[in-house]
Ligand binder design. Structure first.
Ligand code: NAP
Ligand code: G4F
Length: 337
């Protein structure tokens, strides 16, 4: 049975990846951070009590800022594959916490690479890179596009990208970076723009404050993207890949599509709060995923419309509502206003 170590298992991608690996027969070890209350909501449905028989998912405390624990986990688990998904992943927050973001997202990867090297184990590493590294590079972006990062987050991820490449060349490691464009889903963190919008739609009367509506993103579904992560570690040779859908929308278009699902006009509900504008913005991300399509055989299965609908249905279900009930409520609102 292959063994995988997943950092960031409590996050959006970590939870989908853990499901995928378990379905493929892996023993999965996840790294979680100690918190004052439970932070495993996204993986509770696959959690197994370690006292049970035949346990395939095991959780360990750890942090990317704590190198000795990372080294200990790698030594004792001896995984065949490591997926480093742990990160302070919010671009806007990285402007407020640049030092911590650099520590967790940049230096954390050095700690991981050094732990692998010093342990001498034969393992494969997937590093979660990002299209944010392209920053202001002209679209569409592929593996040969320049990196022009526009945030402390992107700069930290770019540092990690170069280190992974350097360790691959210097020590002959199977270590790769997936340069993934935005991917979302019902488990997306509540402060990313797509989820912020779909939650507002579900609450209907809440309205919403947003920043830059003109930003263009290549939004896919996280369930499709974790497949690409796994495929990258199954190749004969280690190689970096751009992963994205190749289809783009503005934030405004996402909001319009989402409010339209329940029959509302987004312009009546979306307001601008300039404090959500970033000191430097990434205006246009558009993937050219040719290499992933040709070499990994990867293609997204979810469409943009599927994604918007699934996210809204999920946020409505949390309130005990469905699309018909929400549409009826919206129609009532239109009648009385
Ligand atoms: P996410 O939902 O924010 O999850 C991040 C995970 O990292 C969580 O499990 C979090 O733990 C953990 N974490 C944060 N700081 C840590 C630290 N210092 N030590 C250990 N764990 C830490 O992010 P995601 O959307 O799943 O993204 C996964 C990875 O892909 C991230 O590296 C992100 O930067 C990258 N990425 C994401 C996208 C995207 O569109 N989703 C695109 C490109 C790249 P808690 O649950 O305790 O907070
Ligand atoms: O949803 P966002 O915060 O995602 P962003 O900045 O594109 O980053 C996400 O994708 C990256 C891959 O490209 C990942 F590496 C990263 O970890 C993260 O998952 O913002 C999307 C766009 C931005 O242009 C932002 O300025 O939406 C714009 N936006 C407008 N109003 C807003 C808001 N973003 C947020 N979070 N909140 C707003 O109110």
């Amino acid at each position: 049975m292959p063994t995988a170590l997943v950092t960031g298992i409590t996050g959006q991608d970590g939870s989908y990846l853990a499901e995928l690996l378990l379905s493929k027969g892996y023993e999965v070890h996840g790294v979680i951070r100690r918190a004052s209350s439970f932070n495993t909501g996204r993986i509770d449905h696959i959690y197994q009590d370690p006292h049970e028989q035949d346990v395939h998912l095991r959780l360990h405390y750890g942090d990317m800022t704590d190198g000795s624990q990372i080294a200990r986990l790698i030594r004792t688990i001896n995984p065949d594959e490591i997926y480093n998904l742990a990160a302070q992943s919010h671009v806007a927050v990285s402007f407020q916490q640049p030092e911590y973001t650099g520590d967790a997202d940049g230096l954390g990867v050095v700690r991981l690479l050094e732990a692998i090297r010093e342990s001498g184990i034969d393992t494969r590493l997937y590093q979660a890179g990002t299209s944010e590294m392209f920053g202001s590079a002209p679209p569409p972006q592929n593996e040969d596009s320049p990196f022009l990062p526009r945030s402390p987050y992107a700069a930290a991820k770019l540092y990690a990208y170069h280190l992974v490449r350097n360790y691959r060349e210097a020590y002959d490691m199977f270590a790769v970076t997936g340069i993934l464009f935005n991917h979302e889903g019902p488990r997306r963190g509540e402060t990313f723009v797509t989820r912020k919008i779909t939650r507002a739609v579900a609450h209907i009367v809440a309205g919403i404050y947003l920043g830059n509506l003109d930003a263009i993103r290549d939004w896919g579904h996280a369930e499709d993207f974790v497949q690409a992560m796994w495929l990258m570690l199954q190749q004969d040779e280690p190689r970096d890949f751009v992963v994205g859908t190749g289809e783009t929308h503005t934030v405004r278009e996402f909001a319009a599509a989402a409010f339209d699902r329940v029959g509302l006009n987004w312009e009546d509900w979306v307001h601008i709060d300039p404090s959500y504008y970033r000191p430097t913005e990434v205006e246009h991300l558009h993937a050219d995923p040719t290499r992933a399509r040709e070499e990994l055989g990867w293609r997204p299965e979810h469409t943009f419309d599927d994604l918007v609908t699934e996210m809204i249905e999920h946020d409505l279900s949390l309130l005990g509502l469905d699309l018909d009930m929400a549409s009826a409520r919206a129609a009532e609102l239109r009648r009385v206003s």
